[in-house]
Every structure is written in C-alpha cells, then in structure tokens.
Write a protein that binds this ligand. Structure first.
Ligand SMILES: Cc1cc2nc3c(=O)[nH]c(=O)nc-3n(C[C@H](O)[C@H](O)[C@H](O)COP(=O)(O)OP(=O)(O)OC[C@H]3O[C@@H](n4cnc5c(N)ncnc54)[C@H](O)[C@@H]3O)c2cc1C
Ligand code: FES
Length: 325
C-alpha cells in the first residue's frame, strides 16, 4: 500500500477501489480501502482525489469530494459524486480494483453539541452525502435528527433510504414537484420550524440509532473555534429560538450556495445556530494557493474585508460568519 503521512496528519495514498457503482442518474458511489483515512475521518471532511491515474493526467488538478461514510472496522471510506464535467466524468470510468490517489481527510469538520436535542440536516443535491456521515454520528450520540433533502427533480434525490435505515425521518422537496414537497428545501425547513415551534413532533422521530450504527462509528469530536462569536454580517441575531421547549439545537446545511444563503438567513431570523459546509472550487486543498477563499464577517463590522480558506478553516463554518454574495 502506498501511504505517505503528511505533516498535517492527512494522508496521501493510492487506495484500491472496492466498490464503484451508479446510485442514481449521474451519481456514483465509490468505496476506497484505507484503514488510516477511515480511522481519521470526521463528519464534514473531504478528500482531494486525482481523477485520472494514467496517461496525460488531465485534468491535472485533483477534485474535492466530501466523505459520505467511513467504516473504521472495515477500513473503508465512501463518497458520492455527481458527474458535472471532465474530472468527474473520467472518475466515473475508473474500474473496481484500480488504485486511486487521494489526499485526506481534509478540512475542519462539523461542530457537535454536547447538549441533547433536535437537529435538522438540510441538504441540496450533492450537498446531501456529507450529512449522512454526520447523521450517523448524531444518532450514535442519541440526538433527535431530521433530514430535509432537496433536489431539482426526483431522479436526483439521493441517499433518502440511507438516512431512513439509520432511523432518521426524511422529508423531500423537489423544485419541479416530482417528489415530496413542491418547492425548495428551505420552504420545507420553514414549515418544519413552524411546526416545531408549535410543539408538533415529527411522527417518525421516536426512532433511535440502530445497533449497527452505534457500533460502527466513533467519528466526530466536538470542535471549538474562537471565531464562533464573530459579529454576523446580517446584523444582530434575533432572540434565541426556544431550544429548551423543543426547538432545534442546530441546523446543519450543505448544498448550492443560494440555498445555503437562504437557509442561513432563515436560521438567523429564527435565532437558531447553523453551520454550513461550503463547496468552493479548489486548487491545492492544503491552504497554500488561496484559490478557495470566502469573505467572512469582520470585527468590528465594516472594517477591512477578511477571508478564510474553505479547504482548511472550512469547509464547515458557522453560518453567521459567511458574507453571502
Ligand atoms: C469541500 C467540497 C466538497 C465537495 N463534495 C462533493 C460531493 O460530495 N459530491 C460531489 O458530487 N461534488 C462535491 N463537490 C463538488 C466537486 O468538487 C465538483 O463538482 C467537481 O470538482 C467538478 O469537477 P469536474 O472536473 O467534473 O467539473 P469541471 O469541469 O471542473 O466543472 C463543471 C461544472 O461544474 C461547476 N463546478 C465545478 N466545481 C464546482 C464546485 N466546487 N462548486 C460548484 N460548481 C462547481 C463548474 O463551474 C462547471 O460549470 C465538493 C466540493 C468541495 C469544495
Ligand atoms: S484550495 Fe488552495 S488554499 Fe484552499
């Protein structure tokens, strides 16, 4: 096994492809054998993968893909990707048995609350897979998890069954109304928050984590970040949502930028803490090229612009830190 441990703790490895299959229109799941990456993986982290192993190495740059799952006992990591361009198209042609070169796990993971309560996972398109590995950990910690999954159309609704198998209630929204709620996943979130504030519980919420989930995962560590208190670019937050009376502890959001911005604004209006996982284009994914920076809130508000790297300080950020464009 070719394995280099880099100074940051991530590994560069050529890992055998154990599974590679189409799971929905244009979407593929790949499983790599990597005991060390599986042990180190945390929900919200990603790998940076070389899409072509032979010939002209074109495209030259690796592509970032989030972890969908990690199994420390089996020594495997899984990810799900959608074919959108050259890199993902050539990746989709790699056969089982070949080795692929990846760097990872990379990035700052989701922060987890030590308090018990209700959390919402809000995923859009290929923003859904990283929420699955998070759901596994949250269920292992006995949190009450609800997944709201959005897609443009039914054929692109992915991972719903995976969440259900964990015992997580799933609600779907499609832009064209071909499955679930007709509209955006942010509309769906608004409805659920209204229901939660009126004390109406999700009918499936009683389901706890399966034994398989409890035993297979030991993933996330709580994260502390000094910048969690940075002033919000949207203005002062509203009074806190009544978490003590059954309101949500946290929203975890990943998807297209406009959807994340809308969900973050809704969370802000309701005074609910939220974390977003950003998907900027990347060069190095190691903090060197500055190709992935996003503007974040300044202290004091209105002073010089401040930027952070999605590959290292992110991809997960407190939603109120991001200056949405
Ligand atoms: C931290 C992180 C995690 C990600 N996780 C996943 C994942 O789990 N599954 C998944 O399918 N994709 C994920 N992505 C997006 C994925 O990296 C891109 O889709 C991929 O790099 C596209 O490569 P390509 O060569 O196929 O497309 P290209 O030929 O490079 O581009 C094709 C089209 O896709 C657009 N595009 C490319 N990259 C991005 C991007 N990062 N964000 C928005 N639009 C983009 C381009 O503008 C262009 O229109 C993630 C990105 C980041 C930064
Ligand atoms: S991709 Fe190079 S600094 Fe983030």
């Amino acid at each position: 096994m070719a394995l280099d441990t880099l100074p940051t703790g991530m590994v560069q490895q050529k890992a055998p492809v154990l599974v590679h299959r189409r799971i929905a229109a244009d979407h593929y799941l790949m499983r790599l054998e990597s005991a060390v990456a599986a042990r180190r993986a945390r929900p919200g982290q990603f790998i940076h993968i070389r899409c072509r192993e032979k010939g002209d190495y074109f495209p030259l740059l690796r592509r970032p893909i989030s972890l969908f799952d990690a199994d420390g006992e089996r020594g495997t990591i899984d990810f799900i990707y959608k074919v959108v361009g050259l890199g993902t198209r050539v990746l989709s042609e790699i056969p089982v048995g070949l080795k692929v070169d990846f760097l990872g796990p990379l990035g700052t993971p989701f922060a987890l609350s030590r308090r018990k309560g209700k959390v919402f996972l809000i995923g859009g398109g290929v923003g859904i897979p990283p929420l699955y590995i998070l759901a596994k950990e949250l269920m292992r910690q006995d949190q009450s998890v609800v997944a709201l999954l959005g897609a443009r159309t039914k054929k692109w609704v992915i991972c719903a069954q995976d969440f259900r198998r964990l015992g997580v209630p799933v609600h779907v929204a499609t832009d064209d109304g071909t499955a679930g709620h007709h509209g955006s996943v942010v509309d769906l979130l608004q409805r659920h928050l209204d229901r939660t504030s009126r004390g109406i519980e999700d009918s499936q919420d009683a389901a706890g984590p399966s034994e398989a989930v409890r035993s297979s995962m030991s993933l996330a560590r709580p994260r502390t970040r000094s910048s969690l208190g940075t002033p919000c670019p949207l203005g002062p937050p509203m009074p806190a949502y009544p978490a003590s009376s059954g309101g949500p502890l946290m929203l975890y959001i990943c998807g297209p930028t406009p959807m994340m911005a809308a969900a973050a604004a809704l969370a802000h209006r309701k005074g609910i803490p939220a974390q977003v996982s950003l998907e900027e284009r990347m060069g190095c994914a190691m903090g060197c090229c500055m190709g992935c920076v996003v503007e974040v809130a300044t202290e004091p508000a209105g002073s010089h612009a401040r930027f952070q790297r999605v590959c290292t300080e992110g991809p997960v950020f407190p939603a109120e830190e991001i200056v949405w464009k």
